[in-house]
Design a protein around this ligand. Structure first.
Ligand code: ADP
Ligand code: MG
Length: 649
């Protein structure tokens, strides 16, 4: 069913000499069974696997899938082959650490357009010997169990071929064995191709072993259980017996030499694989594929249509969930699920989908990928974008970048200004903004480029201490009122603050807001078209949620946090040039904070932020948007933002 003819792959680096990674590989794979690709590091194993799986392009020869040459394939057909016929398993699990095991699988199911029912999830977990593990979090699992979650996720699309690149590379031998056992079971019905450099495992589990060296096949043997043992090489002490007429393979030669070497070195030889008999592979037994049987299922839910559905405003829960997840996956910067919906063009697919959904800006945050330490997975956000990052983004992507300024001392939250005890406020507090995310300059041009409108008042004038808030921030005051700064006697006789009722955006105008050294006047409310109703589901937790609902809730709350921290919706808009003024207000030394006992070295560049005017023409990545903005945030940690700085020691 899967065949290669004279397959060649040459890597041509920008600098340096081209590397021939595959130098004429001709192989025919069986319908099912466990095939190992063995070889030293750099021999071309991963390259071969990636080509077989359609993850990369080849430079010569051909791949024949079910009797049809992939040369005659359209890109779309190749994508469907990868998306529906092949399940990939990589060394580093690709399990999302924030989700339970069940939710990881639910996510893969939803992305495949399948309904994630608890029954289906249980069945899939059962297939990988993880029955009952649905509620566990990834950081509670061993490496071997995590890898089996990854296998479970690959099984979601019911692939005919499973490809694994060093699936046990990060595991010890006991947990590695569990993974191989699971793959072995699956190989009864599927073709399982495993890249490994572990000969002992290969010989123990393989139905066939293909060995590569310098991009060529140097040996191709299959397990032949029906051969009688009298017919095979036997090893006993310092004697190696080879039956008369036995055809010595390259593999045998290597094994014998290895055996002799070990005896010389005085090591007792324990080589369980040697009890298994391998012979040169006879591919004539593999039935030829019938090309007429070859029908590729169209990818069930390409990103493309998912986003279009989202953009058209359908309210169906399932679609909304999928769209939410996809957006969040992009937001996480984790393309961990790429194998599920096809890794080939996912960046372009996501970009195009965002454009089609009329997404006008992307927030860039520097962060590290999740890492595994001590068997646990953690996600570590990295530092803010610095000058070098900004110039790299502009240079490499041509993407316009706009900056957000967050003062060292932070921006105060709205706590003192609103009546946070009122009932209507409490009811919605989970989804309301509680502080600005930073200052951003706003001009008429920016406003119209972004498609935002003025809900009340006007935009701030250059050089004045004026502020415009967003209509999302306005919502906080609509429900919580605006403190008058005065108090009255409560029925209990204590002095309590009084609040003005805020009903419409116009009620915010003219109000004074002291932030740090400056007293700002609110001159406008800007409608950034934020759909707060999207987060309604966060307001009422159901007692018995299904995994899918749990997933939706998690993803939505994460998305809202990102929206609050890294979008235009929580910004304090100031006039053109104001950020330079605010920078000048910044103290030259950073106050010592007793709360966290850390000391930040002051330097004129570290508390500098930028606001770069952007030219849409220079945009390559976001080429089809008439106007696009990149937003970078530079901010104090949330905990430090609201806190007044303590005096210097
Ligand atoms: P293996 O998986 O057996 O260790 P690979 O298939 O990763 O081997 O690599 C085969 C050869 O191709 C090596 O010489 C490697 O350095 C080279 N190679 C692999 N990927 C790239 C790449 N993206 N760019 C340049 N050379 C590469
Ligand atoms: Mg490799």
């Amino acid at each position: 069913m899967l065949q290669t003819k004279d397959l060649r792959k040459v890597y041509t680096p920008k600098k340096g000499v081209p590397v021939t990674a595959l130098d004429g590989i001709s192989l025919t794979f069986p319908e099912r069974g466990m095939v190992f690709l063995l070889g030293k590091s750099g021999s071309g194993k991963s390259t071969l696997l990636n080509l077989l799986g359609g993850l990369d392009k080849y430079d010569g020869g051909e791949i024949i899938i079910k009797g049809v040459s992939s040369r005659d394939f359209s890109q779309e057909r190749f994508d469907s082959y990868r998306n529906t016929y092949v399940g990939f398993i990589f060394q580093d699990y690709n399990v999302l650490p924030e989700f339970t095991v069940g939710a990881n699988i639910a996510l893969a199911l939803e992305l495949q357009g399948k309904k994630a029912t608890d029954e289906l999830i249980s069945k899939i977990l059962d297939d990988v010997d993880l029955a009952g593990y649905g509620g566990r979090r990834p950081n509670e699992l061993s490496g071997g169990q995590l890898q089996r979650v990854a296998i479970a996720r690959a099984l979601v699309k019911n692939p005919e071929i499973i490809m694994a690149d060093e699936p046990t590379g990060a595991l010890d031998s006991a947990t590695g064995k569990q993974v191989f056992d699971t793959l072995k079971t699956l190989s009864a019905e599927k073709l399982v191709i495993i890249v490994s450099h572990d000969r002992e495992y290969a010989e123990f589990y393989a139905d066939r072993i293909i060995e590569l060296s310098d991009g060529r096949v140097i040996s191709d043997v299959e397990y032949s259980p029906d051969e009688s043992s009298a017919d095979a090489i036997t090893y006993d002490g310092d004697t190696v017996s080879i039956p008369a007429g036995y055809h010595l393979t390259e593999e045998d030669r290597r094994e014998i030499n290895e055996y002799i070497d070990r005896i010389r070195a005085g090591t007792r030889l324990h080589f369980s694989g040697l009890s298994k008999k391998f012979r040169d592979t006879d591919t004539s037994k593999i039935p030829p594929a019938d090309p007429s049987k070859f029908s590729l299922i169209k990818s069930r839910l390409p990103l493309h249509s998912a986003f279009r559905i989202g953009a058209s405003g359908l309210k169906y829960k399932k679609f909304r969930l999928v769209i939410t997840i996809l957006l969040s996956v992009i937001a996480f910067g984790l393309f961990a699920l790429a194998d599920t919906f096809g890794a080939y063009n996912h960046i372009e697919a996501c970009t195009n989908s965002l454009l089609e959904s009329n997404v006008r800006y992307l927030s860039l945050v520097k962060a590290k990928q999740y890492t595994r330490y001590d068997g646990k997975i953690s996600y570590s956000p990295g530092p803010m974008l610095d000058d070098d990052d900004i110039s790299a983004i502009k240079r490499d992507m041509g993407t316009p970048v706009s900056g957000v300024f967050v003062p060292m001392a932070g921006i105060p939250d709205f706590g003192q200004l609103v009546d946070s005890g009122s009932e209507q406020f409490m009811e919605k507090v989970t989804v309301l903004a509680d502080s600005f995310s930073g200052y951003c300059e706003l001009t008429e041009k920016t406003l119209s480029d972004l498609g935002y409108t003025v809900a009340a008042g006007r935009i701030p004038e250059p050089g004045k201490d004026e502020l415009a808030i967003t209509s999302y921030v306005f919502e906080t005051f609509r429900l919580g009122g605006f403190a008058t700064g005065e108090t009255e006697k409560s029925p209990e006789g204590t002095e309590v603050p009084t609040y003005d009722k805020i009903s419409s955006p116009a009620d915010m105008l003219g109000r004074k807001w002291r932030i740090g050294e400056r007293e700002f006047e609110i001159v406008g409310v800007i409608d950034t078209k934020f759909d707060l109703s999207r987060y309604d589901v966060l307001l009422h937790a159901e007692p018995n949620e299904s995994v899918t609902e749990e997933l939706a809730r998690f993803v939505l709350s994460r998305e809202l946090t990102y929206a609050q921290d890294y979008s235009f919706h929580c910004l304090a808009f100031v006039g053109d040039g104001m950020i330079e003024t605010l920078l000048a207000d910044e103290p030259n030394e950073i106050p010592f904070r007793d709360s966290n006992l850390s000391f930040t070295q002051a330097s004129p560049t570290t508390n500098f932020s930028r606001y770069t005017r952007i030219t849409p023409e220079s945009s390559r990545t976001l080429r089809r948007t008439p106007t696009s903005y990149g937003l970078t945030a530079r901010r104090a940690p949330r905990s430090a933002r609201a806190r007044p700085s303590s005096p210097r020691p």
